[in-house]
Write a protein that binds this ligand. Sequence first.
Ligand SMILES: [Zn+2]
Length: 390
Amino acid sequence: MASPAEATSRASRLVGYLCPACDALHGTDSGALLCTCGSPLFARYRLDAPSDTRQIAPRPRGMWRWAEWLPVRDAAARVSLGEGDTPLLPVPRLGEALGVPRLLVKDEGRNPTGTFKARGLAVAVSLAKEAGVRTIALPSAGNAGGAASAYAAAAGLACRVVFPEGTPRACVEEARAHGAEVRMAGRHIGEAAAALRADPPPGPWRDVSTFREPGRVEGKKTIALEIFEALRDGELQALVFPTGGGTGIVAARRAIEEQEGLGRRGLAGRPKLFAVQGTGCAPVVQAWEAGRDRPEPWPDPTGPPGLRVPDPLAGPLILRAIRETGGAAVAIRPEEVAKAQSDAARLAGLSPGLESAAALAAVAVLRRRALLAEGDPVVVVLTGDRLKDP
Ligand SMILES: [Zn+2]
């Protein structure tokens, strides 16, 4: 058991929620989930000790060892299924095939429910529990719905998930198995979200959609924190994310900013952030290539389910994360995705989902465009396992 002093030192250092669009500060007890201006909110913390990973490293494994930098203040409200501390694996054979031999993958498929969604929903569900919420709901292209259902079950909350038609069956069955109320509506997650808001659950409920509450992005931040902990300055040139709603890449930008605020990592150690979409739904890439600050809605999304997000709420934040770190956004064709999925299986023993395969394929594209050099140490975040969409 942790001593009282230790437990106190692991309390959240949350001081409020800051709007990245209009700079409004919302108090910890304001209950605000979005800013009054409509922007997502970012948790803000006291930037003081313990800032050193030497203090955090010996703690029991898992995402909650970063408790100071997560917004859940009541330790009794924390819901965990063992998420976090996924492997960071060198994959030299696959890296050589893609043109970057020093390639590493962060295998987020090892999380509970098989995807990186576990981290964000562990925090979102914990915040809901802390606030006394009894019902959560969300639209989902697949994996978030499964994770939300599992964490809601563990927390004893009711959960409704609205999936668009064509969602991978394993995800729908998973949500049902965890006791969620499952509905099917719309052709993509945007239409599923509209259906949820048009016909919400009865009584008070919390919307835990991507960026509509501040917990999910904080949980995802721990992916970057674990990568920074494992690598020294200079050992990381680029972080590559499959990008649908954009939580992963925006969270990584937040992790860099907080680490710099703590004096832990200078600008020289700042990795470039790359966003990867499929050519069938690439609103962020289109905006990036046109030099715009916000994406325009994509009319008829196709491609990997997790990347079919036609109008991401955090579009401006995704574009800002790319720009501020010197990264880029690239779109991958379906045949390139399929080849990367096969290469990952044959050359690295991995089983990435289609979204993750797109991110691997992007490495070769970025090399061809000279946005990555052969000797660059690069980490690709594999967000989920192929078994969720076989
Ligand atoms: Zn605002």
